[in-house]
Write a protein that binds this ligand. Structure first.
Ligand code: PLP
Length: 458
């Protein structure tokens, strides 16, 4: 196992970073933010809770307009897996931008090299591809392939999964708003999925009982659907849901169920692929090959490029779904994705991601032992979570603590993302060991301060 990697371009001197020179959000941040938000509306909770204005990023460090330097513990929004402005990716995009920006879906040499590379690295016979410009549009295209390949139209998906914000994505996911209304599009069904920390069905010894979930799906297919299910669509690990891990026997059993019932398995790896969990696909942790898989976020390390990959048998279905789009597979996008994949190979970043996950889990386990509000800690590669609870026995979520810990750690110089009572961390996989530990120290401190503020002992 690789234990230390210090790519010189991204080395962080912990004597200098984080460096908070003006309490953030500082006056210049406030000025830019005020001007921008007169016109730019609909901000995420992440920005509303900590409205800084970022100016630049390099490796694992982000700088705001007041000159504060932060450690990036979320890779933007799970996107810059190789760090901000990785020289190889930046150079590849610049070269492509100076040569040919768009050729619709005509073949280009760079697109050819990318599909050949994907066919080489992805497991099984996942060797049919189409490219898009967001995770959501890839998920939409995946649904069209599901329908075209099976001739069926119903979809099964899981509570608390997230698949984007188009109507199809929203119909699969947990997102709810006045705009989308309380119901999803016709033919979309949601079922519970196993969560190791919060099992719905358990065996006599208290451990999670995967078979009961599978049995429930069988019954639901018979009684809750019209018998026209095209696919089961899931995240391998819930990202937005809070880095929620399935038990190891879940996906092998689900694969068998799908095969038995003639349903395709579509896995949404927009957030989890490309070294995020220490593999090209997270599903490789369980040796399961999906029929359809979506790739995004870290796929282009910040350049908007996403992908739908399908198995050999379903390749021809792309022909009947009117698959192309204006920006999908443009030369800059393909250059970014290819350079990102080559960097993961050259710098052994899948191995590095696994190593960082193990290191983080050890450190977070100590936090769980020491803090009364830390109910659970988990990590698979560089996808990590800490669940904050009112009481470790009842596991009642402590939402207010999530916000406080987020804000307190941000003020110390940790740029990251909030999510209710579950702290979600997704550092760049190029992060050095001591930097990762420093980030976790900052969270540890922020949890301690939050406990004191909310009146918890410890
Ligand atoms: C699993 C998953 N699918 C789809 C999406 C939507 O991707 P995008 O925001 O690029 O449209 C996301 C975004 O967070 C995601 O996590």
């Amino acid at each position: 196992m690789l234990t230390e990697a210090k790519p010189s371009w991204a080395h962080v001197d912990l004597d200098k970073v984080p460096n908070i020179v003006v309490p953030p959000p500082g006056p210049k941040s406030g000025d830019w933010h005020g001007r921008c938000t007169q016109y730019f509306k609909g901000l995420s909770g992440q920005v509303k809770l900590f409205p800084v204005t970022f100016e630049s990023g390099h490796g694992c460090v982000l700088r705001d307009v007041d000159g504060n330097d932060y450690l990036d513990f979320s890779s933007g929004i799970y996107v810059t897996t190789l760090g901000h402005c990785h020289p190889k990716v930046t150079e590849a995009i610049q070269r492509a931008a100076g040569q040919l920006m768009n050729a619709h879906d005509f073949t280009t040499p760079i697109k050819t090299k990318l599909v050949e590379k994907l066919a080489e690295i992805l497991p099984g016979d996942l060797n049919g591809f189409q490219f898009y410009d967001s995770g959501t549009t890839a998920v939409e295209a995946g649904q069209r392939v599901l329908r075209a390949a099976t001739g069926q139209h119903e979809m099964l998906s899981c509570f608390y999964d997230y698949h984007g914000k188009t109507y199809g994505g929203v119909s699969l996911g947990h997102i709810r708003s006045k705009v989308y209304g309380p119901t999803r599009a016709p033919g979309f069904h949601m079922v519970p999925r196993p969560d190791v920390y919060r099992p719905m069905w358990t065996k006599a010894d208290g451990s999670i009982d995967t078979d009961q979930y599978i049995q429930f799906y069988e019954e639901y297919l018979d009684k809750g659907t019209a018998g026209q299910v095209a696919g089961f669509v899931l995240e391998p690990i819930q990202g937005w849901g809070g880095s929620v891990m399935p038990p190891d026997d879940f996906f092998p059993k689900l694969r068998k169920l799908c095969d038995k019932r003639g349903i395709l398995l579509m896995i949404d790896e927009v957030l989890t692929s490309m070294a995020r969990t220490g593999k090209w696909l997270c599903m490789e942790h369980w040796d399961v090959v999906p029929d359809i898989v979506t790739l995004g976020k870290g796929f282009g390390n910040g350049f908007p490029v996403t992908c739908v990959a399908v198995r050999e048998t379903y390749k021809e279905s792309f022909e009947s779904i009117s698959a192309s789009s204006s920006y999908g597979g443009n030369p800059m996008a393909c250059a970014a994705a290819l350079a990102s994949i080559e960097t993961i190979e050259e710098e052994q970043l899948n191995e590095r991601s696994l190593h960082l996950g193990e290191l983080a889990l050890k450190r977070m386990t100590k936090m769980k032992e020491e803090h009364p509000i830390v109910g659970d800690v988990r990590a698979k590669g560089c996808l990590m979570g800490i669940e904050l609870v009112k009481d470790k026995a009842t596991k009642e979520p402590l939402n207010r603590a999530g916000e406080l810990v987020y804000q307190k750690a941000f003020a110390k110089g940790l740029a990251w993302i909030p999510a209710g009572h579950i702290l979600r961390m997704s550092p760049p996989v190029i992060m050095e060991d001591d930097v990762l530990l420093k980030c976790l120290d900052m969270i540890d401190e922020a949890i301690g301060e939050t406990e004191r503020e909310l009146g918890y002992g410890g």
